[in-house]
Design a protein around this ligand. Sequence first.
Ligand code: B3K
Ligand code: ZN
Length: 900
Amino acid sequence: PQQKFRKDYAPPPYTISTVHLDFVLGEETTTVTSRLHLLPNYGALAEGASRPALPLDGRKDVKLVRVSVGGTQLSAGQYELSEKLLTLKDLPAGEFDIEVVTEIRPQDNSLLEGLYKSSGNFCTQCEAEGFRGITFFLDRPDVMAKYTTRIEADEGAYPVLLGNGNLKETGKMEGGRHFAVWEDPFPKPCYLFALVAGKLSMKERTYTTCSGRNVALRIFVQEENLCKVDHALDSLVKSMKWDEDTFGLEYDLDLFNIVAVDDFNMGAMENKSLNIFNSRLVLASPQTATDLDYSRIEGVVGHEYFHNWTGNRVTCRDWFQLTLKEGLTVFRDQEFTADMNSRPVKRIEDVMMLRSSQFTEDAGPMAHPIRPESYIKMDNFYTLTVYEKGSEVVRLYDTLLGKEGFRKGMELYFKRHDGHAVTCDDFLAAMADANNVNLDTLGRWYSQAGTPHLHVSTSYDAAAKTYTLTCKQHTPPSPGQDNKLPVLIPIKMGLLGPDGADMPLRLRGTDGSVQDLGTTGVLRFEEAETSFVFEGVEVEPVPSLLRGFSAPVKMEVEGQTDEQLLFLLAHDSDPFNRWEAGQRLSKKLLLKLYAAAAAAGGAHNSQAVAERCTAAGGVPEAMVSAFRSVLSDKDLDGSFKSMAVSLPTGNELLDALQGGDPPLLHHVRMYVVKQLALQLRPELETLVKSNDDPAGEPYHFNAAACARRAIKNRCLAMLSSLEEPEITSMLLDRFKAATNMTDEIAALSCLVELAGPERDTALAAFYDKFRNEPLVLLKWLGLQATSNAPGNVSLVKSLVDHPAFNVTNPNNCYSLFLGFGRSPVNFHAADGSGYAFMGDAVLRVDGINHQVAARMVSAFTTWRQYDTERQAMMRAQLERIVAHPGLSENVFEIASKSLK
Ligand code: B3K
Ligand code: ZN
């Protein structure tokens, strides 16, 4: 397979001004007629040079019927056709038209890229390079054109016909067929093209924009799901209002459609005015969706809507620039969620995810800069790095420039680039120019992979009353990048005095002047080493550094004591750093107990591990009482409490360990949970009671109600670790009595981890109750797959043949296989059975859907993190996969790079 390189970017030889597409949808064949108006883009030609050829991308399942240039059909000898390319030569001078007719079979398209069928309806997915699965085209984002789309289909089977932009014409035809013509006035790249044809029901609402225009908002779903779209509609309205209020960005058409489909490779897609969503990110009712589902729906509806400006109006010049639209749009959706709910809670959730997953990616063989240098399949680069780290990089501008400066930068960005396909450098330049600052060292975040390490040491001079922070940074090597430059790290910080309050910050400048930073300052750290000196510091403070996680780095504070962490946990005015202090304490303890348990050798079952942890000192009283204070603090919100008593994720700990043993680590973690539960039992039981929804209270999705459920269910999970019969039967009672999915699944997930008859009873009851709710069955599959119940591999194997499981549906594969890959005990079973099961599954799924298989094979990418026996077994699976005949390029790229 061929790699593409960022350095090789060249503009296209021709551009396209208008596209007329005509789809004749059929059960056997679908015919696509594409008429393009082309403009030369090759500039002045050298003497005697001939005009460049026109390379049109295609795919092997797209059949060329005929091609004409300037109204004349070409004969077979007049063009070149290979599996992936149609090349036209000897083209006319100046502007000209071409017509390409293709035949495709959407009903056989199991890749779910291009035009395909889901639940009997036609739909499309074109990003990144799916449009070439429909017709031969300049399938690249820097070719922006105006589209008109005519869709023709059988009216009985496909009464709803949707395209981008405005509906221009509809009509009936002979033989029960009908058609619709859609016209999109905004030029767009082909990856934003969309079409839907099917039997769908619709719910509508009107939104009046800030300038007084009425926009029809419509959500299309299968009839039986119409009762589950209100939350998505509410979320859309909130998003539209938020973007007006926050950035002055107004919607630009009179219609905004969302269609939910069951078979979808990812979450959702921002096609111009016709968003297509995975149904799990649209449909919600209190009985079928959890608080987490509600919150994801709100975030993703926002995300896709926000793309209308950051992605569609201004798009990417090439796919290496993907983070230009994704990093920025994730940042926007995170800010939206923070404003709609709780800002600290959202920040903590996002950082937990970043540290447990993106940091791992950035430390492994697939590490890449947020703006990658090369790829084989672009689909493999819709990564946590491009999205989540990309958002953290956008947040750096926000932290440095402030809300007002950031908005000024956004305004200049749109002023300069609206209607164009641009680069990450253009975004940086707009931010820098609008604020008249130099951001060159921030630019390095775009080209360097790996998580920077930040080392801070402190010193207090009592005589001079100065306090000095000495900061050093380095970024470890990553594939293809041995040496890295220092990056711009904004360190948001404060200094706590003995009473726990923030002290005033008086920072000494390089010229000896003193700058007053208030009580929270942002230090601009952009060299390998810099000392920051604070003056007038009356007593030695406790530093609170990297408040709000102001940069995506791994920070070590030299000499930071448990006492200091306990002090920060109790007093820090920054809620993120309060939480962080607890995480640091827990992480130190877990790593210490793990080391002791590993050194002692012996069996790796939970009881043996617990004995070794107890011998190593167990959980110190100071930590228990710190957690007790958090749990009993009347001023803290339940969601925050719930996160404050959660331990760092297994991934985060494995990242810190070299050659860790996942099941052993799991048992150590569970030991700590159990010790905390034993000692905090009265507090946990009180919180369960005081946070139960009052009887008869209907479900509400809002920050306060979610906070109550979050802390109650966290306490229940901790209590369930005690494995006492009365607790288990209480959980079963709660499971049966639950009136919303959040509580029902919380109880079930505790029961699934326990051995005993309650587990089977609950799983069977849940299946019976929801056998006709495919989205709920995803949870049922996922919980069983992820379970750490010993010997669970065989159960998961049998689920593959269960009627609830459908291997051609991506959500099913993600729940079952990716869910299984998250089980430290069973995926990492010492006999290798988990790895073998996953290896087989990757190869099976790759025969159906390459993108899904590529996500599954990523479960092996982290192989170097584990002990030597596991490394060998995981490596063997990767080698087997790479050697498999007929492997897709998607899986090949991940598996082969993982082995390097
Ligand atoms: N832009 C799409 C992702 C497309 C993925 C293609 N493999 C969804 C989003 O980020 O909004
Ligand atoms: Zn996006």
